[in-house]
Design a binder for this molecule. Structure first.
Ligand code: PA5
Length: 427
């Protein structure tokens, strides 16, 4: 299984001996876990180091959730939410809100009406809650947890504790203390894996497994990517290629990357990707600004700017080769809509033509292009893709001489909230 990777420019010219040396140093830093931010490089070999017993325990918890509940509320924000949201949205069917169990997210926004309506909706369901926060101190999910835990206690009395699962740091944080005091089941976020790199840990895996998707396949895909992307040979490592091209475009005056797709199932993969690259790279006055568009919808809104606006963005198409379900445009006797010229064309084929047409138009409009293609939208290919992006992101940030694993900018607003609201210790 390989990511198909194409670039509209000539990338072999970019490979100077200086760059090759830098790539070697970055590679060593990542794989020997000695690069800047090395305390958070645990994700690199995580997929291949998982123990069968650990996975079995996780699957047993997921099964138990399904046996006693028909809704799992996942409370988290940022990396504690976007990984599982991306996979669940990509694998779910439209107009059928869930697979084996409904997963609803909370704590990623602060809204009284959202929480009130959620609790009302939960009244007619059997519910389990998974509170996820690595630090255990993030205000938004903590607020949602306070309301939802109270809801569970009112509804289930002494049984509430058996329906609340906490995923947090092993050694510290208010959430960990709460879980111990109340006797909630606890899962840990490995100390050496940061939020946006945690989709293959319990953070992402429990909600995905509880919803009934195959986490073995997801991890298999990630493991394959881990194996494929461990060399320094640039020709055979699309993660390094992607990072080199991004850096070159950035240096050439393209500070914005737009990740575009023709499949709305990838909407949250785009959101996850945005968080991954923005928080990893956007530091020290540097970094590519990651944004996204969904086609054809956005061809009729952002398309104008992409084609013709300020020349500062490059485009990365994210394509899926094969679809499970499709429709063929049929011949109409009267042809009042004058569409008979399309008869016999499948909608997937239409999108492929639309991609080619868009690609040529944008290229002519001065938008450099990368195309990443995955074979199909299933657990295995998604696991592979997400790991690919994480590895590419690490290389990319290191090429900019940035620590990919901290997020000081995010911490600043969190600290301000604490100060403004006079949290003890912050005023
Ligand atoms: O990638 C990250 O580390 C962040 O986006 C965090 O996931 C986010 O800020 C939530 O933090 P926490 O899981 O500690 O609540």
């Amino acid at each position: 299984m390989k990511i198909a990777f194409n670039y509209s420019g000539n990338y072999s010219n970019l490979l100077t001996s200086e760059l090759k040396q830098k790539i070697k140093r970055i590679h060593h830093g990542i794989h020997s876990k000695s690069g800047v931010g090395s305390d958070y490089l645990g994700w690199v070999d995580w997929p291949s180091s998982l123990h069968h017993e650990w996975l079995k325990e996780l699957k047993d918890i997921a099964k138990e959730i399904r046996e006693k509940s028909n809704v799992l509320v996942v409370i988290g924000i940022g990396g504690s939410y976007l990984g599982s949201k991306a996979i669940l949205e990509a694998l779910s069917k439209n107009f059928q809100s869930f697979n084996k169990l409904e997963v609803i997210f909370a704590g990623h926004l602060v809204s009284g009406s959202y929480l009130q309506q959620l609790m009302k909706y939960l009244d007619s369901k059997e519910v389990t809650i998974n509170v996820i926060s690595k630090s255990g101190t993030t205000t938004e999910p903590a607020i949602a947890s306070r309301f939802l835990i109270q809801y569970m206690e009112k509804r289930y009395g002494e049984q509430a504790a058996s329906r609340i699962i906490v995923t947090t740091d092993e050694k510290k944080g208010a959430l960990r203390t709460l879980a111990i005091e109340k006797g909630y089941k606890r899962l840990t976020v490995p100390e050496n894996i940061g939020g946006r790199y945690s989709v293959f840990t319990a953070v992402g895996l429990l909600p995905i497994a509880a919803a009934g998707y195959d986490i073995d396949e997801l991890l298999f895909g990630a493991k394959m990517a881990q194996k494929e992307l461990q060399g320094t040979d640039v020709e055979n490592n699309p993660a390094i290629q992607y990072a080199i091209i991004r850096k070159n475009l950035y240096d050439a005056g393209y500070p914005v990357e737009i990740l575009t797709s023709f499949d709305d199932k990838l909407k949250y993969v785009q959101e996850w990707w945005k968080q991954l690259f923005a928080e990893s790279e956007g530091k020290d006055g540097k970094g590519i600004f990651p944004t996204s568009a969904l086609y054809s919808t956005d061809l009729h809104s952002l398309g104008q700017y992409i084609q013709d606006g300020q020349r500062m963005l490059f485009e990365t198409f994210l394509l899926i080769e094969k679809v499970d379900e499709d429709l063929t445009i049929f011949e109409s006797e009267q042809n009042e809509d004058e569409l008979n010229y399309l008869s016999g064309l499948t909608l997937h084929e239409f999108n492929q033509v639309c991609y080619e047409a868009t690609s040529i138009a944008h290229l002519q409009g001065g938008v450099p292009q990368i195309t990443i293609t995955i074979h199909q939208l299933d657990e295995r290919h998604l696991g592979h893709l997400l790991y690919f992006f994480m590895m590419a992101c690490a290389y990319s940030a290191y090429l900019l001489d940035i620590n990919p694993f901290d997020q000081p900018g995010v911490e600043e607003y969190k600290t301000n909230i604490f100060k403004f609201l006079k949290k003890p210790g912050f005023c």
